[in-house]
Design a protein around this ligand. Structure first.
Ligand code: AMP
Length: 219
């Protein structure tokens, strides 16, 4: 059992690497971005409040995000351990997570900072898309499917792009990361939980490095 956080700016590979780790370790991925997009699609009150902020690349209010995470942690599948992807993004959220985990008699075991260069992130994010059926990730220039209309992983023919994955919004999201989220590196360093991983290279090599770090905690 391990609860861990993947920290990093948009495009660092949090989602991709979370997917790999869920399969390897039986952990649950808790992506606040996914939960918020779901809320927007369903038209819930939280979704309505979040929609414009997300579209502009800003941060949704701590209250909304913390409530969504608290609800998700109440579901029994999280008992085996959670990978927090895109949460916390502010110090207030990090403090709320500490409280939530304490209430549930759980611990935070590891925080991994996926270290990348900003300049590469705009290109990475603005060219990305996923298979609508299985979620496999692709990129306009760096990772096209063998057949442009067919997902390599599942054979699906439907692909989707996020509304906020355009160059302008990505720049805003990067700015939000540096202003609000980067301070969490010092926060978790202070707690002795932080590990840095260079996330600019080969996806598989990064997965292996991450898996080794998680295995150490899981042992
Ligand atoms: P992501 O899928 O993690 O890139 O998140 C997409 C968007 O959802 C972000 O740009 C924010 O607008 C919003 N969002 C996701 N997670 C959080 C969070 N923990 N705190 C505030 N806003 C968030």
């Amino acid at each position: 059992m391990a609860n861990l956080i993947l920290l990093g700016p948009p495009g660092a590979g949090k989602g991709t690497q979370s997917r790999v780790l869920t399969e390897k370790f039986g952990l649950v991925q808790l992506s606040t971005g996914d939960l918020l997009r779901d809320a927007v699609e369903k038209g819930t009150d939280a979704g309505k409040a979040a929609q414009d902020v997300m579209q502009a690349g800003g941060l949704v209010s701590d209250d909304i995000v913390i409530a969504i995470v608290s609800d998700r942690l109440d579901r029994p599948d999280t008992a085996n351990g959670v990978i927090f992807d895109g949460f916390p993004r502010t110090v207030a959220q990090a403090q709320a997570l500490d409280t939530l985990l304490t209430e549930k008699a759980q611990t935070l075991d590891l925080v991994i900072s996926l270290d990348v260069q900003d300049e590469a992130m705009i290109d990475r994010v603005s060219g990305r898309y996923t298979c609508a059926a299985c979620g496999e990730g692709y990129h306009d220039t760096h990772k096209k499917p063998a057949n442009p209309d067919t997902c390599d992983a599942c054979g699906g023919h439907d692909f989707k792009r996020r509304a906020d994955d355009n160059a302008e919004t990505v720049a805003q999201r990067l700015a939000a990361y540096h202003a609000e989220t980067a301070p969490l590196i010092a926060y978790y360093e202070g707690k002795g939980l932080l590990k840095h991983i260079d996330a600019m290279g080969d996806i598989k090599a990064i997965s292996n490095e991450l898996a080794a770090a998680v295995a150490q905690e899981d042992a």
